[in-house]
Design a protein around this ligand. Structure first.
Ligand code: NCD
Length: 316
């Protein structure tokens, strides 16, 4: 693997290999010394043009556990706010000898531009580009589902026949898109539930079902319910009347949560708007994987950095 830019096009074999390596990395996290020497002497740059808490510190922890040197670069307070272009920034990083670049950018496609530009010869990992993709989030979600379902026998397995209902702001969500491609590649069935205004206009190319009725979707008894954050910062219009109306119809409130089977997994990528898309009782329940997702994120990102940066990178 040379870059990790999207989950669309990621093969089932490559996805399962990455999840299996993440299992090995998770074993390391349980040791007293959590560090591996694998990426000693390599430099990983975290290039964040958009706010992030979880994803940035998760990549930082992952790189450090593999003994890489980490440089955190956030657009606020850098020359980017003075108008420096992506090209100039990339060339600066190249001159510093970056082996890997983890990039989050508000423009969909920015990581692809960086990977294909020739400005820098580093492995590029997309940590979220606009509304397009967020591949490591989907990988950590798949890892979390697989672990809950198969426990210690997870290695080598996909998610065949698993039903996943993804609820909320699908329109603006790169998490929804990356999960769609990855989960279906792994054999899961995906259903999107949202207000009509928060679903993409044309979903005919998406291998998924969609609907507007959360109650019917809950009563169908999915294995996984994944709630998405309402992305207020990407909304330039009123997509629903008000937040009370939104949570009444599309929120995982206490009543809907109570109707879920005890085995149903409740997921959220964070940051959560408690009381809007998810109630605290649902978020903090035994069925919720919110905290596990964060912990698993480190293992999955260690696996991605390992595949991209150790040894000779493949050119495909
Ligand atoms: C997501 C993101 O930034 O795309 N969060 C994350 O990576 N933990 C989802 C979101 O912001 O809603």
């Amino acid at each position: 693997m040379r870059h990790l830019l999207s989950t669309k096009g990621l093969s089932r074999g490559d996805a399962i290999r990455l999840l299996d390596i993440a299992e090995d990395m998770a074993d390391v996290a349980n040791r007293e010394v959590k560090k591996l020497p694998t990426l000693r002497g390599k430099t990983v740059v975290n290039l964040f043009f958009e706010d992030s808490t979880r994803t940035r510190i998760s990549f930082e922890a992952a790189a450090k556990r593999l003994s890489a040197d980490v440089i955190n670069f956030s657009a606020k307070g850098s020359s980017v706010s003075k108008g420096e272009s992506l090209k100039d920034t990339a060339q600066t990083l190249a001159a510093m000898g970056a082996d890997g670049v983890v990039i989050r950018h508000p423009a969909s496609g920015a990581p692809h531009v960086l990977a294909e530009s020739g400005w820098i010869d580093a492995g590029i990992i997309n940590a979220g580009d606009g509304t397009h993709e967020h591949p490591t989030q989907a990988l950590l979600d798949a890892f979390t589902i697989r672990r809950r379902l198969h426990r210690s026998a997870a290695r080598g397995k996909g998610l065949d026949g698993v039903t996943v209902t993804i609820v909320g702001d699908v329109l603006h969500s790169r998490v929804a898109r990356s999960n769609l491609w990855l989960l279906t590649t792994l054999g899961a069935h995906v259903t999107f539930i949202a207000p009509p205004t928060l679903l993409p206009m044309d979903m005919s190319a998406w291998p998924a079902e969609s609907g507007f009725d959360l109650d019917a979707a809950i009563d169908a008894g999915p294995d996984v319910v994944m709630m998405l954050r309402i992305q207020q910062e990407r909304m330039n219009a009123a997509f629903f009347p008000n937040s009370r109306e939104y949570s009444r119809r599309w929120g995982l409130d206490d009543e809907r949560f109570g109707r879920l089977a005890p085995t149903t997994i409740v997921m959220h990528p964070g940051p959560m708007n408690r009381g809007l898309e998810i109630s605290s009782a649902a978020a903090d329940s035994a069925g919720s994987t919110v905290r596990e997702q964060v912990a698993n994120g480190v293992s999955v990102r260690m696996a991605a950095l390992y595949l991209l940066l150790s040894g000779d990178r493949e050119d495909s």
